[in-house]
Design a protein around this ligand. Sequence first.
Ligand code: ADP
Length: 271
Amino acid sequence: MIEIQNLVFTYTGQTAPLFDHFTWRVERGEFWSVIGPSGCGKSTLLHLMVGVRAPQAGRVSVNGENVPRKKNRGKTGLVLQDYGLLPWATVRDNVQLGLRIRGFYGQDVKTRRVSAKHPRSDAEWGENPSGLTVGVDFWLDRFGLTPHRDKYPTQLSGGQRQRAAIARTLVLDPDVLLMDEPFSALDAPTREDLEQLTLDLQAETKTTTVFVTHNIEEAVFLGRKILVLGNPPHRSPVRCVENPGAGRAGYRDEPAFLETAHRLREMLKER
Ligand code: ADP
């Protein structure tokens, strides 16, 4: 569960706060979309949730523990729009990179969850060199990247790169997954393909997920709940839309989908 209480945040050098006593709660296993106009503070909100930015006041906690200040919370996965892949490393090495770093720093591997669908042994988690590869290969396969594992990022399509970036995050078995406009640079069919993959994975793993987008249709297709941000400063009470149809096969063609998209469009006009 992610809990944000009375959050206050202003960038250094700015006079107006982006968040001014902002309170929001995400329950364990929920899938939220966050939508708002460009520049309203969506990425900043994710950075505060992962801990790379520290609030001036208020509290951000995950599963009851305060997010460490200015220190990336290890069990929170963050997927960005620009992939963040190392150009000189193969797909496989990129996916393996997070595990290597974790192995090097000896980060908390003991509290990981075990899922029946994605079984993991100690060996899969890089605690011995031969086992390092198993979890990586599982996710490469799950994302259809096995034929591309020895290629470099520049030899991949945008969709394949983003799959590699998500695989690299999931191999670390995050308990919270934050996604910052991950598909906005992709063409429509690739984007829809990855949106479906994201929904399938969330249904399988039940990972608490927050998906930031400025695309109304994407927000409605993915988020069972939608946080709607207008112009800052963001204060409580926050505007939330229940969207129980998200994740349903064929939801895009249902009247409820169009109605929710229309409602969001009107709310965004109000700011
Ligand atoms: P969004 O993700 O909704 O597009 P951001 O969170 O990236 O918005 O940015 C919110 C606001 O904060 C914008 O006005 C942006 O210019 C400003 N901002 C972002 N990063 C910084 C920074 N490092 N220093 C000062 N202002 C920043």
